[in-house]
Design a protein around this ligand. Structure first.
Ligand SMILES: Cc1cc2nc3c(=O)[nH]c(=O)nc-3n(C[C@H](O)[C@H](O)[C@H](O)COP(=O)(O)O)c2cc1C
Length: 181
């Protein structure tokens, strides 16, 4: 059993993240969800708090959190971090060291393994800057759970569909085993 920090970003695949949280929780893991503002436009935080039975974090500046450095305490909590789905924007921010909201700020402060499951339109995924950013993150040791090919929500067909939750669970547990958790 591991403590997992699960970042959810503003991709249409955010609905699949609910299934992922459910699967991880059922397997005995403790899941803490951090959502970007864009993610909260697509799925309500309540969905994740109900499935994980832990509070969901959405705002670096939320006075209700009543902690001065929420991002640091969050970063110290997990054995592993998964961002699923990961947008082109969040991947770009991570590669550039940008920390302008709760997820990107927390990500900079973590010292545990990080897994990324990208989800985006095929042209976004194939864009040279997105591929360059993925290369940067792989270069610093982030593990990518590759997106699949097929029908995309935008109507295009190609690579960009977020990996299936079962595959992401396997990747998380394999990475945990590698690091002896
Ligand atoms: C309905 C909808 C679906 C979207 N799906 C994706 C997606 O799958 N991948 C992606 O990279 N961006 C997607 N976007 C654009 C992102 O939400 C946008 O770039 C946003 O700034 C991402 O912010 P975040 O990375 O902080 O979550 C979508 C936008 C909308 C309105």
């Amino acid at each position: 059993m591991a403590r997992i920090l699960h970042g959810v970003t503003g991709s249409i695949a955010a609905y699949k993240a609910a299934d992922l949280v459910s699967r991880l929780t059922q397997r005995g893991h403790e899941v803490h969800v951090v959502m970007t503002r864009a993610a909260t436009e697509l799925v309500k935080p309540r969905t994740f708090s109900a499935l994980s039975r832990t509070p969901v974090h959405t705002d670096l500046w939320d006075p209700a959190e009543n902690r001065l450095t929420e991002h640091i305490s969050l970063a110290e909590l997990p054995d592993i971090v998964i961002i699923a789905p990961a947008t082109a924007n969040t991947i770009g921010k991570a590669a550039g060291g940008i920390a302008d909201e709760i997820l990107s700020t927390t990500l900079l402060a973590v010292t545990v393994p990080v897994l990324i499951a990208p989800a985006m339109n095929v042209h976004m995924y194939e864009h040279p800057i997105v591929q360059k950013n993925i290369g940067i993150l792989k270069g610093i040791g982030y593990t990518f759970v590759e997106p699949g090919e097929g029908y995309l929500a935008c109507g295009d067909t190609g690579k960009g569909r977020m990996a299936e939750p079962a595959e992401i669970v396997t990747a998380i547990e394999a990475r945990l085993a590698e690091s002896g958790e």
